[in-house]
Design a protein around this ligand. Structure first.
Ligand code: ARG
Length: 460
């Protein structure tokens, strides 16, 4: 067995079970690029500070580049007995270049190293997620543009409530995603501080320059407190929280589309390319991708809860428990990226069944509130007009007809405020057009919301 990098004081080697149990290389190899980046910045700083010769730095650079190349070509052997990504790369570097490699870990601990890697990794992951959020927003706005004038029932309590323009509904999701992106960007700002040089927990007596490494790695600044630097995982928690909220938004979008694709709603027909079938029922075509978007949100929330629970009650500073922080973050990122990608593809591959939606629109007296507002304009107090329209609806329910089917006589019997112009307020189309408050579903308001997003997202 090869001696461990930390093996100086040990007389016995660890058991196989302990080795298997404590390793993290099986998953933290994901950090290799950032680990190499961090090591190069560290070596440059050590050389600049006279803690390493220029030629040692150069051979470390060459060796690390070669290792990176091998990893990328798949001819790097990750070794469980070398425990984690940091020791795998450092030991491989020693195999490759010999003595100079032994200087690389000067004024560095795996505790600050892993956090440097992890923050860099999260920073890139956030950028990738932001891009996918943007794609989904574009897909939703494009779908809205394709169905500009389509009126659909708006629901509360999943009961028909008021007529709305479809773009208005779709843009509601675009707004949510915008806040999701905002949360991620905020998180990125807060996590972009450099732990490198905090060493094990206390810093070092060697003359390092933490500002230099921080700058080289494009961090805003080195973290002020070395104990905080190696203890803190709130950057990960914040990231996981932001992902969880995004996941919940996507889950709600998924639920909406699953409902809309049902025979009962029949609002949308997904293309075959985003549907799957049943192994027993030959007729089936299911919206599985969006069901799984809904389902996978559970993982993302679970990942957050895992790391919250992991950190609860941990003493300062580094504890090995913290090694368990990475898999949930990797999983959260992988999952959310997939959810965003598939949601965008789904949006690009559905058709709204305009005719069917139109046919079903009269049901549910969607224009009732508009009628109540009409009476308000005639001077009737709202509470009274609510009651009057309620009575009119009751008549319609009894006669199985729409509000617009009532004669003026029938209406004036309930209340004398009704006049001939009432018919301009009835029917879903009239009702939608009466909305004019800022942010409402009126066509002008929705058109300006659409304009806003088209400009903001640079949609042609
Ligand atoms: N693999 C470890 C982790 O992910 C790196 C830090 C280990 N530090 C230590 N002192 N054992 O947390």
């Amino acid at each position: 067995k090869e001696a461990k990098l930390w093996g100086g004081r040990f007389e016995e080697s660890v058991t196989d079970a302990v080795e298997r149990f404590t390793e993290s290389i099986s998953y933290d190899k994901e950090l290799y690029k950032h680990d190499i980046m961090g090591s190069k910045a560290h070596a440059s700083m050590l050389a600049a500070q006279g803690l390493m010769s220029i030629s040692d730095r150069d051979s470390i650079f060459k060796g690390l580049s070669e290792i990176e190349r091998r990893i990328e070509n798949g001819d790097f052997a990750w070794r469980t007995d070398r425990e984690d990504v940091h020791m795998n790369i450092e030991a491989a570097l020693t195999d490759l270049i010999g003595e100079p490699a032994k200087k690389l870990h000067t004024a560095r601990s795996r505790n600050d190293q892993v956090l440097t890697d992890f923050r860099l990794w999260c920073r890139d992951a956030i950028d990738a997620i932001l891009e996918r959020i943007n794609h989904l927003q574009v897909a939703l706005v494009t779908l809205a543009l394709k169905n500009k004038g389509l009126i659909v029932p708006g629901y509360t309590h999943l009961q028909r409530a008021q007529p709305v323009l479809l773009p208005h509904l779709l843009l509601a999701f675009v707004e949510q995603l915008e806040r999701d992106a905002g949360r991620l960007s905020d998180c990125r700002v807060r996590l972009n501080f450099c732990p490198l040089g905090a060493c094990a927990l206390a810093g070092t007596g060697l003359p390092i320059d933490r500002f230099m490494t921080s700058n080289a790695l494009k961090f805003t600044a080195p973290m002020r407190n070395s104990i905080d630097a190696v203890s803190d995982r709130d950057f990960a928690l914040e990231f996981l929280s932001a992902n969880s909220i995004t996941a919940i938004h996507l889950s709600r979008l998924g639920e909406e589309w699953v409902l809309w694709a049902s025979e009962e709603f029949g609002f949308i027909t997904p293309n075959d390319s985003v549907s799957t079938g049943s192994s027993i029922m030959p007729q089936k075509k299911n919206p599985d991708p969006m069901e799984l978007v809904r389902g996978k949100s559970a993982r993302v929330v679970g990942d957050l809860v895992t790391v919250l629970t992991l950190c609860k009650g941990l003493p300062l500073a580094y504890n090995r428990d913290l090694q368990e922080d990475k898999e949930p973050v990797f999983d959260s990122v992988k999952t959310i990226l997939g959810m965003l990608e598939v949601s965008a593809e789904f949006a690009q591959n559905i058709t709204f069944n305009q005719e069917r939606i139109q046919k079903a629109l009269p049901a549910g007296h969607l224009d009732a509130t508009t009628l109540a507002d009409y009476l308000v304009k005639k001077g009737v107090p709202f509470r009274t007009s609510h009651d009057i329209v309620g009575k009119a609806v009751a008549i319609c329910v009894g006669k199985n007809c729409q509000l617009q089917d009532l004669s003026l006589d029938e209406m004036t019997i309930i209340n004398s405020a009704f006049e001939e112009d009432v018919y301009e307020f009835l029917g879903v189309e009239n009702a939608v057009n009466k909305f004019c408050s800022y942010g409402s579903t009126g066509s002008d308001c929705v058109a300006s919301q659409l304009d806003y997003w088209v400009t903001k997202l640079y949609i042609e």
